[in-house]
Design a protein around this ligand. Structure first.
Ligand code: EPZ
Length: 445
């Protein structure tokens, strides 16, 4: 059966779409890197903090972005693409204007939050601007339980009352607004760091966040908030200081390049062989991952506007990795690196430390002939000489793309189902790969 759901705008997405790959071709050419999904989402949410227009350039055209557009619309954000009022264009990354004159609704309902976890982050701006928010708890997801205790503790430290009622968090700011504080996270969280920065920007007094996430997306949000009039220093280090201001204004900000998309295509080249320039990206966003790919045998060099990845002839060497918060090896590239290691010339180990259930790709890679065994949070990968194409599916975004990478280096046909996972985070994946010589097509039954 074919099920379908309407995307914002005119295009229909067939949820039973599949990606068909005929493996064996090297990749040669240029791949443009899109704006980062994980930067665009918090930046879009920051538009709730001001009644002026926040203009974001280089917003990727992805299902998650469209979903957040719907969620923000519910809160009263008016959205225009490239100055026009429709939300859909056929181009790559777009410029979008977000204007929230008044907050229309301080409730983020379950049916919206459960579809995309990051929408829980609206709790920060709603609480800071309106003094209250009722936001559904997001629940677990395929990669782990993903609790929200750090958000609750952080916002409580800013003086908010946080009550859980019927699957929702009711957050209320003290009379007069949130109050600056010193708070150190017991564990590094990207989302909780975003939310604390947004909430503290409109708090009274100064907030100092300890053990903050250092991810480039946190720095991007801080830069955008500062352009809106916030006073944030230290983003990109473990200590972020936010001097509260009474209001924020509009701004124009360009979303930074997607380091996970960059790493994914770099690993695709390292796996399939070839010579590809990844255009519009920055090596400093993913040094640890690039160094790891180099150790596996690919050459990576800087170009004027990106990086060049080459692997011609030589084999793939085994490399051990442990995922870690930035600047460590990103969990969002773990599945893709495992795909690469399935064809290495020896034994490698991959340890996942961020999410407790992020190994769903293991069984699917095994269907292509990979030899992987799991022991707790560590996977042992014994490289094989050949992978063979097969029908596969995955239950999250990065796991799905790891199967595409493996399919590029497998003999024969690999059919990846549940393509909607890929559409959440990879803009025009099949087009970008096809232009470099891969045989990849979307199949709609
Ligand atoms: C962000 O998720 C990314 N999502 C994830 O990317 C990424 O995997 C993750 O950071 C880690 O880098 C977006 O940016 C939209 P966390 P986030 O809070 O913020 C635990 C992808 O594929 N934790 O940094 O939700 C949590 O369970 C996605 O694009 C608590 O214990 O991740 C995890 O073990 C998937 N309590 C760890 O912290 C909390 O209150 C790090 O999670 C919050 C988090």
């Amino acid at each position: 059966m074919v099920t379908r759901e309407r995307r914002a705008g005119a295009r229909w997405v067939y949820y039973m779409d599949r990606i068909r790959i005929i493996g064996g071709n090297p990749l040669n050419g240029v791949i443009p890197i899109s704006g980062a999904k994980n930067a665009a989402l918090p930046l879009m949410i920051a538009s709730l903090l001001t009644s002026d227009t926040l203009t974001l350039e280089n917003v990727p055209h992805l299902a998650d972005v469209e979903q957040l557009v719907r969620i923000l619309g519910n809160h009263g954000v008016d959205i225009a693409v490239n100055g026009r009022r429709e939300r859909q264009t056929d181009g790559y990354s777009r410029t979008i204007h977000f204007t929230c004159r008044t907050i229309a609704d301080t409730t983020a309902p379950y049916d919206l939050v459960s579809k995309m976890r990051a929408s829980f982050w609206v709790i920060g701006p709603l609480l800071a601007r309106e003094g209250k928010a009722r936001v559904s708890l997001p629940g677990g997801c395929a990669i782990g339980t993903r609790p929200v205790d750090l958000f609750i503790e952080g916002l409580q430290a800013l003086g908010a009352t946080m009550e859980i009622d019927g699957g929702y968090i009711n957050a209320t700011a003290p009379k007069g607004g949130l109050i600056g504080t010193r708070y150190t996270f017991p564990k590094v969280s990207v989302g909780a760091s975003h939310v604390m920065m947004m909430a503290a920007s409109l708090a009274r007094g100064t907030t100092v966040i300890g053990n903050a996430a250092r991810e480039p997306e946190v720095v991007d949000l801080a830069n955008c908030l500062n352009a809106m009039g916030a006073k944030i220093t230290g983003a990109g280090t473990q200590t972020i200081t936010i001097e509260g201001v009474t209001s924020l204004s509009g701004a124009r900000h360009r979303v930074l390049p997607d380091r996970i998309e960059t790493g994914t295509y770099a690993m695709a080249v390292a796996m399939a062989g070839g010579d590809v320039v990844l255009e519009g990206t920055r090596a400093d966003l993913l040094e640890t991952a690039l160094e790891t790919i180099r150790r596996s045998g690919a050459e990576i060099t800087d170009t004027a506007d990106g990086i060049r990845v080459v692997r011609n002839g030589g084999g793939i060497k085994p490399v051990d990795i442990v995922t870690d918060p930035f600047p460590g090896f990103p969990t969002d590239l773990q599945a893709q690196f495992m795909a690469l290691m399935t064809k290495s010339s020896g034994v490698s180990h991959i340890t996942e430390t961020i999410f407790e259930n992020r190994f769903m790709h293991v069984q699917e890679l095994a269907r292509l002939g990979a030899k992987i065994s799991l022991s707790g949070q560590t996977a042992k990968i014994e490289g094989v000489q050949r992978l063979r194409g097969a029908p596969v599916m995955a239950t999250d975004l990065r796991a799905s793309v790891s199967l595409v990478i493996a399919g590029l280096a497998a003999e024969g046909e690999t059919m990846v189902s549940r393509v909607y996972h890929l559409d959440r985070g990879f803009e025009r994946l099949e087009e970008k790969l096809t232009r470099c010589g891969a045989i990849v097509e979307r199949v709609s039954d």
